[in-house]
Design a protein around this ligand. Structure first.
Ligand code: EPU
Length: 355
């Protein structure tokens, strides 16, 4: 273990998040290898300080007062393609948690390996992807992750967790549920299909390629996904005001048959039809964006310096100088109205830090 890492103090966190909100971190360390991660953890233990692990900052809302403990930014680099195929004939990439996710997707597509092409254009770093089981356009990282290398904070050991041990489900894993705070992700191994076909199942993607005679390749699929995301303000584009967000602010709720019936009746009473699709065996997932939009929060809605993206009703945006308090006030208002009108409680998707 290293005994020395560069320890910074009072570092503003807003610039390290995509929504550009939040106060400073009391202490800040950028760790480039496991030794630096362990040294930072040892420092928090010696001072009894709370620890928060920061990746790409794309799914976070940091409190205005900031973070009173140590903010550990994981900057472990490396995208290593293993020489031999695994037992299923897949190509395995070992990727440092600090690598940019979209850079890795681009690399995999260039290597003509399929499995994550629909996850193009998602901001953030590789280390965050298993934590919330990132998903979009019909793919989830749990489809292709083969293992996750972590530091176990219970005993400080480095462990390799296989996919099954990660307990993946919709936007969840052991890392953000049962074992929250126990592990720090160092490296993620992805098993991708060499010369595989792109996964075109999601409506938006099918529509994009409608009328085409030939099957799109991986690179075209990547471009299509980035294009669709850009139209929804879900691609970070410099200068686009709709990009100062934390992505989807609410999860798509999974309803029981009974709750779904109730929702359908409420919609019918208003002459509306709820878009939904089967999720899990007995649950139905409905669109949170649809509920938000039909509760008085149109795209572009503003509440002071916080607002709703003009391109997608599920993204709360910082319209310039917004505080975390303003974002949370808008979140509360949305939750309240949606529950009042539709009887559905929306759960926030981003991680709240320092509240
Ligand atoms: N819709 C609206 N208003 C809108 C946008 C969408 O009513 O402003 C309705 C439409 O009926 C649409 C449906 O919602 O058909 C679904 O919308 P969309 O395809 O944009 O997907 P989503 O369910 O809102 C999810 C993920 C996104 C991911 C997209 C694409 C969640 C919470 N969000 O959004 O992930 O990119 O699918 O697969 O699961 C994220 O998690 O941060 C994120 C951006």
């Amino acid at each position: 273990m290293k005994w020395f890492v560069e320890l910074l103090e009072n570092i503003p966190l807003a610039p390290l998040t995509t929504i550009r909100i939040g106060g400073p971190a009391r202490y800040f360390v950028e760790a480039r290898d496991v030794g630096e991660v362990q040294a930072a953890v040892a420092f928090t233990r010696s001072r009894d300080l709370p620890l928060f692990v920061l990746g790409g900052g794309s799914n976070l809302v940091v409190a205005d007062a900031g973070w009173p403990g140590l903010m550990l930014k994981i900057a472990i680099p490396g995208i290593d393609q293993r020489g031999a195929h695994d037992e299923h004939g897949n190509v395995v990439f070992d990727v440092g948690a600090g690598e940019s996710w979209d850079k890795f997707v681009s690399r995999s597509v260039m290597a003509r390996c399929a499995g994550i092409e629909c996850l193009s254009g998602i901001p953030g770093s590789v280390g965050g992807t298993p934590v919330q089981n990132v998903g979009a356009y019909g793919q989830e990282v749990s489809d292709t992750i083969s293992s996750v290398q972590v530091v176990d904070l219970r005993d400080g050991q480095v462990r390799e967790l296989c996919r099954e041990a990660c307990g993946f489900s919709y936007r969840a894993s052991i890392f953000n549920t049962s074992d929250r705070g126990r592990f720090i992700v160092l490296r993620v191994s992805y098993a991708l299909t060499p010369e595989g076909k792109p996964h075109i199942s999601y409506g938006d993607l099918k529509r994009h390629f409608a009328g085409r005679e030939t099957m799109p390749n991986l690179a075209e699929t990547r471009e299509a996904v980035r294009h669709i995301r850009a139209l929804k303000g879900m691609l970070i584009v410099a200068g686009d005001a709709d990009c100062l967000s934390a992505g989807s602010f609410f999860k798509n709720p999974a309803l029981s048959e009974e709750q779904h019936e109730d929702l359908k009746q409420r919609a019918a009473a208003r002459g509306l039809t709820v878009p939904s699709y089967p999720a899990l065996e007995t649950h139905r997932k409905v669109s949170a964006a649809w509920l938000v939009e039909r509760s008085g929060f149109a795209k572009g809605y503003g509440m002071g310096r916080a607002g709703i993206s003009s391109k997608h009703a599920l993204a709360i945006v910082n319209r310039g100088g917004a505080t975390a308090a303003e974002v949370l006030a808008l979140k509360d208002q949305i939750q309240h109205r949606v529950e009042e009108i539709w009887g559905v409680r929306l759960e926030p998707e981003p991680v709240m830090v320092g509240f």
